[in-house]
Design a binder for this molecule. Structure first.
Ligand code: AMP
Ligand code: MG
Length: 493
């Protein structure tokens, strides 16, 4: 495939040397295309050009640089598990540049797994095939679930091996995002006391991601507020789906407010408030129920980067920023309540709704109930007398759930909507199919161990329509059987 070269450029390059290292991907031995995202390519306006799949693999492996692209590795810092690391950056990824879409939008095109850069530290700059497949499945599922996210345009095998705990086949993923600028990108300049750099970066972000803020009197404060609002909305959607990002370091938090950097992420099967999957998250810093707190913590780091731009007087700037950060708490609380009301089919608003929702989560936690199936099964129930056995079977303590169902039905009777109408609304926000850990694991095992990509493709296909019943695909709905349970997920490094 040839990328539509006429519209390729790299505006990040114009920011100047201090922002990146100019570097080409290190070519790989024998790239082969695993998957190409035709639907996304059409959205981006890439489809007009002739599709030549062998050239496509070369492009998506970084062996061939499309005309107009200006490959570079972005510099950034980041707080990793609360500890500041001034020297992160794209250690295994390359930003090729942007493509303009037909509707006037601009998208960053980024290859991950492309070899060493100035930011690689001890790493080899490569990605193993498993994490590439994992990111492809999870990010495309997120997009179909309706959650802002970086997208996956293609994945290739490299024909080379990478050394991890053992030798593994190598892979490269092509990612698409509104931007790959992170909170950590801002921190990079703050750590160097480079206020001019922060200003240029902030202007770039405003011009490219939030152009409507250009006219506002204090555009940098408006930028802080926009990112606060965007992250409050994003994290709510994660919570609504039982998604655990797993490594919410500030370098993995996008100022475009898209889900970014799918490492040890996971969709929860059996519910626990503080569920953790990541093998490196020993203290549960990034546990399910701690994600909003961490969002706020990360946004506080972002606010610190903008203080000099918000007001010349730093005490004043701090007061202003504090007010904005408080806005996160309110926005998140409101979003969460609306999102959970929607999951339970509540369109009216009553004071006791929060307690009702929290009570459900308590029962789920006490009963080892599957997050996704609980809400899906609720969306099939009638207010009066339907068969509750299927939902009750998800709960170890069926009696407690039966009591909660009584309470919920009592609340539903205060609604004016009819059953069918309400159920349709619930079904639109309660998915049937999510990229369950054991399914991703099975897809990776088949690909890595046997070179068999059929399991990956079949799973990817099901995840394209997460809210629709797909006859014959029932196994994809199910939680893992005891021997299939994935207890830990790992970074792709
Ligand atoms: P992550 O935890 O995947 O978001 O990565 C954190 C940092 O480690 C980033 O600066 C990455 O570029 C870098 N990194 C991760 N894996 C590798 C690798 N295999 N080679 C070089 N750098 C890496
Ligand atoms: Mg990262």
């Amino acid at each position: 495939m040839q990328l539509n070269t006429s519209t390729f450029k790299n505006s990040y390059f114009d920011l100047g040397q201090g922002f990146y290292q100019s570097i080409k991907p290190t070519p790989v031995h024998k790239p082969e295309l695993i998957i190409f995202n035709r639907a996304l390519s059409e959205e981006l306006g890439l489809s007009d050009t002739a599709l030549d799949l062998s050239a496509g693999a070369a492009v998506f492996a970084g062996n061939r640089i499309p005309k107009g692209a200006e490959p570079l590795a972005m510099a950034y810092s980041g707080h990793q598990f609360g500890h500041f690391n001034p020297n992160l950056g794209d250690g295994r990824a390359i930003l090729l540049g942007q493509i303009l879409s037909p509707d006037g939008g601009s998208f960053d095109i980024h290859l991950k797994g492309t070899g060493r850069t100035a930011f690689s530290r001890d790493g080899d700059g490569r990605a193993a095939l498993g994490p590439v497949l994992r990111e492809y499945l999870a990010s495309e599922a997120m997009a179909r679930l309706g959650v802002p996210t970086t997208r996956a345009l293609a994945a290739v095998t490299t024909g080379e091996e990478v050394t991890r705990e053992r030798l593994l086949p190598g892979g490269i993923i092509t990612r698409v995002a509104a931007s790959f600028i992170r909170i950590g990108t801002f921190e990079y300049f703050l750590a160097r006391s480079d206020i001019e750099g922060i200003t240029r970066l902030a202007d770039y972000v405003i011009d490219n991601l939030y152009p409507e803020l250009q006219q506002i009197e204090n555009p940098y404060l408006a930028l802080l507020d926009a990112v606060i609002e965007g992250q409050a909305a994003l994290i709510t959607q994660w919570m609504q789906l039982g998604f655990i990002h797993g490594v919410m370091n500030t370098d993995n938090m996008s100022v475009a407010c898209e889900t970014i950097d799918y490492g040890p992420c996971a969709f929860m099967d059996h519910y626990a408030h503080n569920r953790v999957y990541s093998s490196i998250d020993h203290h549960g810093r990034y546990a399910y129920n701690n994600q909003p707190n961490i969002g706020l913590w990360n946004l506080s780091r972002f606010a610190e980067c903008l203080l000099h731009l918000i007001d010349k007087d730093q005490d004043t700037a701090i007061e202003i920023a504090k007010d904005s950060l408080e806005g996160f708490i309110n926005a998140y609380q409101d979003n969460w309540l609306s999102a959970m009301r929607a999951k339970l089919g509540l369109t009216a608003e009553f004071d006791q709704d929060r307690a009702l929702i929290e009570a459900l989560f308590e029962v789920m936690a006490g009963s080892n109930a599957d997050f996704t199936l609980t809400f899906y099964q609720l969306s099939l129930l009638d207010v009066d007398g339907s068969d509750d056995n299927t939902v009750l079977a998800l709960f170890d303590d069926a009696e407690s759930m039966a009591q909660w169902l009584e309470r919920w039905r009592g609340r539903l009777r205060q609604e004016s909507s009819a059953d069918e109408e309400r159920k349709a609304l619930m079904r639109a926000v309660n998915p049937i199919y999510i990229p369950r850990n054991h399914l991703i694991e099975a897809a990776i095992r088949a690909a890595e161990d046997d070179g068999d990509f059929s399991v990956f493709h079949a799973l990817h296909q099901v995840l394209q329509q997460p809210y629709d019943v797909q006859p014959g695909k029932e196994t994809y709905m199910q939680p893992p059987r005891p021997h299939e349970v994935v207890r830990q997920t790992f970074c792709g490094t």
